[in-house]
Every structure is written in C-alpha cells, then in structure tokens.
Design a protein around this ligand. Structure first.
Ligand code: 5GP
Ligand code: ZN
Length: 113
C-alpha cells in the first residue's frame, strides 16, 4: 500500500534498524523504544490487522518469532519478553499494517529499562 509507513520500510523508502529479514517477514526496532530492544515483527505483504491476516501469512510470521526472541535475548540480556499486538484504533493501533511488538523486560535492579 503506497501510503503505509511499514510498506515504505519494507521497500526501503523509510530507513529502519533491521533485526531480522527473510522473504516473508521483517523485524526492526521500534522508533519509540518502550524498553531497550523493542522490536516490531511484520509480514512483508500488507495486512491491516489480525482480522485481515490469512493463515499462511500468520504461519510465516509466527514461525520466526521464537528465533527473533532468542536473538533479542542474546543481544540485550533481557529477563523476559512481552508480545503485544493492537488491532483497531479502539485497541490502540496506530499503524494499520499488522505488527507484533516484542518488548524486552529487564530486572529493575539492573537499572536497564
Ligand atoms: P501500534 O500503536 O500501531 O501498535 O504501534 C505502532 C508502532 O509503530 C509504535 O510503537 C511506533 O513507535 C512505531 N512506529 C511508527 N512509525 C515508525 C517508523 O517510521 N519507524 C519505526 N521503526 N517505528 C515506527
Ligand atoms: Zn503496509
């Protein structure tokens, strides 16, 4: 979709800090880091939200989530990881290209957010 920010990231019109990429999926750091390593995982085809997501695209996306999560754990020494997905403006979705937030969690006593 020509006016979609994430489609522009996929085709390179907008730069991003890539975490993972294959033929079907791209993962990149969120521009607004909720915690260090906050990553978005998106399908390379434009799907608006979970209601629009077909099974094949969902399978391709979720098949790489464990490997991306392990890579984040190695890179950032996180203690846990939240996965968040907003669907529809009523649920807080702001970018209408399906994306899964991977939000690393750290021990507060380490002073890392
Ligand atoms: P939503 O609220 O739709 O679930 O989350 C959209 C996310 O996209 C937000 O966390 C926001 O920071 C992120 N975002 C918006 N525009 C850009 C961008 O141009 N680059 C990157 N890397 N992240 C973006
Ligand atoms: Zn898109």
């Amino acid at each position: 979709m020509s006016d979609c920010i994430f489609c522009k990231i996929i085709n390179g019109e907008i730069p991003s800090a890539k975490v993972f990429e294959n033929d079907d999926v791209l993962a990149f750091l969120d521009i607004s880091q909720v915690t260090k390593g906050h990553t978005l995982v998106i399908p390379k085809i434009h799907k608006e939200d979970v209601f629009d997501l077909d099974t094949e695209t969902a399978e391709k996306l979720f098949s790489v989530v464990p490997a991306i999560s392990r890579a984040l754990r190695s890179e950032f020494d996180l203690k846990g990881l939240n996965m968040i997905n907003n669907n529809g403006s009523f649920a807080g979705q702001e970018v209408f290209h399906y994306h899964l937030h991977l939000v690393p969690r750290y021990d507060e006593k380490d002073g890392i957010q």
